[in-house]
Design a binder for this molecule. Sequence first.
Ligand code: SF4
Length: 492
Amino acid sequence: MPERAPGLRTLFLHPPSYEGFDGGAGARYQARREIRSFWYPTWLAQPAALVPGSRLVDAPPDGLGVEQVAPLARQYELAVLHTSTPSFGNDLRVAERLKAENPRLLIGMVGAHVAVLPQASLRAAAAVDWVAMGEFDYACAEIAAGRPLGDVTGIAYRDGDRVRVTPPRAPIEDMDALPFVVDVYKRDLTVENYFIGYLMHPYVSLYTGRGCRSKCTFCLWPQTLGGHRYRVRSPASVEAEMALARRHFPQVREFFFDDDTFTDDLPRAEEIARRLGRLGITWSCNAKANVPRRTLEVMRENGLRLLLVGYESGNQQILNNIKKGLRLDVAREFTRHAKALGITIHGTFILGLPGETPETIQQTIRYACELEPDTIQVSLAAPYPGTELFRQAQEQGWLPPLSGDLVNRDGVQVAALNYPGLGQAEMFTSVEAFYRRFYFRPRKLVSMVGGMLRDPAVLRRRVREGVEFFRFLHQRRTAAVPAGPATSGAGA
Ligand code: SF4
């Protein structure tokens, strides 16, 4: 039995959702993906690490439905659910079911959606007692310790028929004070259940810092929970957690640092790399496409395998429109250097950003083929509440009437914006065209087949993923609502 701490028996729950829905607390793409993908629920694991004796349940990767999860309500006094804009309606139904099982259960919701819309969220959710209005680690810990809701900063809570809002909570500055999440992963999660197509399996992901210095208008987390300062743990703390992670998970083949932009602080990135090199682990991270060659060299020499790079668009004006702070020529040079050093690149692109036209879509497809990342992800622009893109879309009338959903009934993203000269349907079909133009080139096919033949495990996995990919494309075509893979910020 886990150690029983004073305070409330606490369950941290990533709710059951659409089949294959990767809306995890660690997911940047709250939607069903082309292939089975699950990020770690790192955002929930962090407060769970602060609450001794708590339990973290990540329902989607464990294949748990609401029928399996609901009885847990009777074992706990507090349940904290992570939610997102696309999953909010579904998460409310889970909360109602938990409350029906145990009417005395105190239920809180955390995540960007309730942080941006606290009052509206509580009004919509009679079963929910409180929501966190920003970073929620210590708020969860205080509530779990039994502190009255009115004395917990940074939340909105139900008080009879009224909603009360407590004073704001300052962002966490001492990141080293947060306990390691890998202990919670070890205690509560099954690492073999987590897949990301471009990462080796099994993998583990976590954060070494929060926030991103860039101000991309579409990107959710820095504009809601993380902020635009990169608040970091010390390299020594990162090294200590990774050493522990290696002991906990000897079967893990790759560690991924999911910081918004791990390379935002280059000297720190280099120092961490050197420490990881001494540990002898294989690792990957998010990076902006402007990392200088010297830093790439240091990272590569010290175990870096892959960079996840948000290129977004091949049109400079669109990059300027979204405040990406990136020049195409710099991104080209970065890519040349990374490839020359043997670093694998997963490039992410977004269609439907402000300024998009049929011509700029073609330009971006050509740009992707020219850059030749090893793998790509093509998303549709998603106007999440709390982002500048959402405000722009409201002001400019880009949100179609009677719309507002970001995913369809299967949890697959819909084309949510509508521009003069570029409708939702064209944006939607362009995603598939993009994938086809990129992957179905002789050169690309040869390199992919070569990789598969070199490693039978890769072959088996790629065959399975290929079947899932074509099934996904077929479902998109036959879906009543246009759909595609989603993004809430492509990471760096
Ligand atoms: S898209 Fe990347 S670079 Fe831009 S704000 Fe988000 S994490 Fe930062």
